[in-house]
Ligand binder design. Structure first.
Ligand SMILES: C[S@@+](CC[C@H](N)C(=O)[O-])C[C@H]1O[C@@H](n2cnc3c(N)ncnc32)[C@H](O)[C@@H]1O
Length: 257
């Protein structure tokens, strides 16, 4: 076993986190960030450090699963959903935000539902592998930086400023989102029958093979005619292109065939 495999194996044993699904180069680059911070020279030495330092495990996982997000990230995508997808569902929707990080994406969807009076019969499930990110999502307190793409009236309607520059999301929005912690390699059986699956800025970190498997899995878990929405720099890969119709390629909106 070479040094990097040894490190991946150690990480898997210590945390259950399976680095095999990650692209090799970004994985190494992020690990090296932590190695520099701890002044460690080799992957093997770093694996040994992980075995005796729980705090370092947490920091490495944070570095590997960078979870930056913003409310209404790529606002045009939300505009498209509101204008072209919501009207197709007069009775409400079942939505999954996969890789939701600190909650901005599912909460934006919840706000969009409320703005369109569709919240009553709708449900949003949100998931991430990162427990800390999900804790922040459930706290629902955000810095101003999270609102760079959010119209002011939305911020003022659905959030309360609790201290200088910190905004708390209102309970009525929180109630619409149910958070779950799991690896997208092991999706629970009851995550199915969705009208929309939004998985943005997650695939970019994953190996091509895992991307393909995951997209196939999303296809299975959408209702007929359901929508898959990817991030602006992501797209369908390999044979999965045959599973969807590109409804709005610019916004990465695909419809299940
Ligand atoms: C950059 S954030 C994207 C947040 C949000 N979707 C957005 O576009 O603003 C990527 C998230 O994907 C999560 N993630 C990465 N790999 C994952 C996996 N295998 N299973 C579940 N979540 C994963 C990370 O923990 C991180 O929170």
């Amino acid at each position: 076993m070479n040094e990097i495999e040894y490190l991946k194996d150690t990480l898997r044993k210590l945390t259950g986190f399976d680095a095999e699904h990650y692209k090799e180069r970004p994985f190494k680059r992020r690990v090296r960030v932590r190695m520099r911070a701890r002044k460690v020279e080799s992957f093997k030495e770093y694996a040994e450090l992980l075995m005796r330092d729980r705090e370092e495990i947490r920091k490495l996982l944070d570095t590997l699963t960078i979870n930056v997000s913003r409310f209404f990230r790529n606002k045009e995508t939300f505009d498209f959903i509101e204008k072209h997808i919501f009207p197709l569902f007069p009775d409400g929707l079942r939505i999954w935000s996969a890789g939701c990080a600190t909650g901005e994406e599912p909460y934006s969807l919840a706000i969009l539902l409320m703005e369109n009076r569709k919240e009553k019969n709708s449900k949003i499930l949100a998931s991430d592998i990162d427990e800390n990110a999900l804790k922040k999502a459930q706290e629902g307190i955000y810095p101003l930086l999270s609102f760079t793409e959010t119209p002011d009236y939305i911020k003022n309607t659905y959030f309360m400023e609790i201290e200088d520059g910190k905004w708390e999301i209102k309970e009525s929005v929180k109630e619409l989102v149910e958070f779950h912690c799991f690896d997208l390699a092991k999706i629970p059986g009851d995550f199915r029958d969705f009208d929309i699956i939004m998985c943005r800025n997650v695939l970019i970190y994953l190996s091509r093979e895992f991307q393909e498997n995951l997209i196939r899995e999303f296809h299975r878990r959408l209702k007929d005619g359901g929508f898959l929405i990817l991030g602006k720099v992501e797209m369908l890969v390999g044979d999965t292109r045959d599973l969807f119709y590109a409804l709005e390629p610019k916004e990465r909106v695909y419809r299940k065939l």
